[in-house]
Ligand binder design. Structure first.
Ligand code: ADP
Ligand code: MG
Length: 478
């Protein structure tokens, strides 16, 4: 076996145990440069990847190497070296430096920003008001900083990538694409980048894809297309939240594509968020998908219990309230879906105790949260929820999905619905058939088996990702 073959086999083993985003991020452009006497030198493109492989994936790599070569591996050395013929030259400073730079992320006084012309040119592209009641400059919520972002298993990749971007603006990972379910911290991270970078430049633009679309249409209809172009193409950092809403809007995608290219060519940083992976955004142009994927794609997932407790502890402290661990544990265990709900529960607890002027106890916490928790818990998942999520994902209506129509755009979502209902709820095939507009149970069985084969036997990555994204949609709706 050549080194190349060994490494391909090793990557094959590692790939199945990681999310696609993680795999691509950490293993792209890696290779074995020497393999002698049980000693392997693995080349990686930068210090950031080196650190992660050493700290997080070392064991996986050794195991896979030993499996593939059937021999003991004594030592692995990770070396920064670019593959020949690979044009990328970005380099991330050593990790010590990175840490220092990012430890303090509070926002500087506004006096450093004499001319925030970038976002205030009278075209209505000013601060975006999302649901964060943000009031800071650039439309950024000053509360969204790295300092109060708790890092845990579900978000460490995205968090690390964001720090790398702040420290190597336009050079480390461009674009950076962050995706994951509702309420898991995407907007927080995106704006934390903005807030951190606002110390270095005032050419920052934060927008949502909806705002971008509206402004674009407005600009075109009022003969201000040129101003629009100038505005978006003259920034050091472009932050676009929720790009999934760009699907299907052709003119906007065209404009976005050109903006994108122009910024990338000039090494200007772009960071995007979405509720699903680039490939899974419906009705989006292929060339945009490949642009989105060209830098780094990082996912955020649900937090584990320890992360949830740390988040609660931190938020409680911010609000000058201390809760014992058993109370925090109770909240963390019972509020499952996302961090936004977790915050909601905590605010309720704090408000109640302050209002009553009593010290929190486990019993009082349980009392106040009783309704809140049973509200989120008793709303258990139904086949209808799943069908709704699938329809939403593929941009069709519920009615169309369960109709008798046999167009490909309907058949596929229908099959996916069947698969998910069976997987999630273990519903019988006749019942599934009924839920889907009175279909025969054999149809349901056939569809389930078909998708099962793709996902579980063939490991079809694209379908797996689609399904994961849909799971996140209904995972947050009940
Ligand atoms: P998303 O954009 O993914 O829907 P948000 O960024 O709006 O989610 O996060 C929802 C809420 O949860 C925000 O108030 C945010 O500050 C908080 N939050 C999310 N993740 C974290 C975290 N890791 N640490 C602290 N707060 C968090
Ligand atoms: Mg958001």
């Amino acid at each position: 076996m050549t080194n190349e073959q060994v490494w391909q086999a090793v990557l094959g083993e590692i790939e199945v145990s990681l999310s696609r985003a993680n795999f691509i991020t950490w293993f792209k452009d890696t290779f074995i440069s020497s393999f002698e006497n049980e000693r392997v030198v693995i080349c990686v493109p930068n210090a950031f990847v080196k650190k992660w492989l050493e700290e997080k994936y070392h064991k996986n790599i050794i195991n896979a190497l030993e499996n593939v070569t059937k021999q003991k591996i004594k030592e692995i050395i990770y070396k920064i070296e670019l593959k020949k013929g690979n044009g990328t030259t970005f380099q991330i400073n050593n990790s010590e430096q990175k840490k220092e730079d990012t430890d303090s992320t509070e926002i500087k006084t506004p006096s450093r920003f004499p001319n925030a012309t970038v976002i205030n040119n009278g075209m209505g592209n000013g601060p975006v008001n999302s649901n964060n009641n943000n009031s800071g400059r650039f439309g950024l919520n000053p509360r969204y900083v790295f300092d109060n972002f708790i890092v845990g298993k579900g978000n460490e990749l995205a968090h690390a990538a964001c720090l790398a971007v702040v420290n190597n603006l336009g050079k480390a990972y461009n674009p950076l694409f962050i995706y994951g379910g509702v309420g898991l911290g995407k907007t927080h991270l995106l704006q934390a980048i903005g807030n951190a970078v606002s110390k270095k430049t005032d050419k920052i633009l934060y927008t949502t894809s909806e705002k971008f679309t509206n402004n674009y249409i407005q600009a075109v209809t009022s003969g201000k297309a040129k101003e629009f172009k100038n505005l978006y193409r003259n920034v050091d950092l472009l932050l676009v939240d929720d790009v999934q809403f760009m699907g299907g809007k052709d003119g906007t995608q065209e404009e976005f594509f050109h903006t994108f290219n122009e910024l990338l060519q000039n090494d200007k940083q772009i960071v995007l968020t979405s509720d699903r992976a680039p490939k899974s955004i419906p009705a989006i142009e292929k060339r945009l998908v490949s642009r989105f994927e060209a830098g780094m794609v990082a996912d955020v997932g649900k937090p584990d219990i320890e992360t949830k407790i740390a988040i609660l502890e931190n938020k409680a402290k911010e609000k000058n309230c201390t809760l014992d661990r058993e109370m925090l544990l109770y909240i963390a265990e019972h509020v499952q879906n996302n961090i936004r709900e977790l915050e909601g529960a905590l605010i309720k607890v704090i408000a109640y105790h302050q209002f009553k002027g009593i010290t929190p106890s486990l019993k009082s916490v349980k009392d106040v949260l009783g309704d809140y928790i049973s509200n989120i818990q008793t709303k258990s998942l139904t086949p209808k929820d799943i069908i709704e999520a699938v329809a939403k994902f593929y941009n069709i209506t519920y009615k169309e999905l369960i109709s008798s129509g046999r167009k490909k755009e309907l058949v596929w979502p229908r099959q996916i619905s069947i698969y998910l209902i069976r997987e999630e709820l273990n519903t019988s095939y006749p019942t599934i058939g009924n839920e889907l507009g009175g279909r025969d149970h054999t149809t349901a069985m056939h569809a389930y088996n078909k998708i099962y084969t793709e996902v579980k036997e063939k490991g079809n990555e694209k379908i797996k990702q689609e399904i994961e994204s849909i799971r996140q949609l209904f995972g947050n709706s009940y």
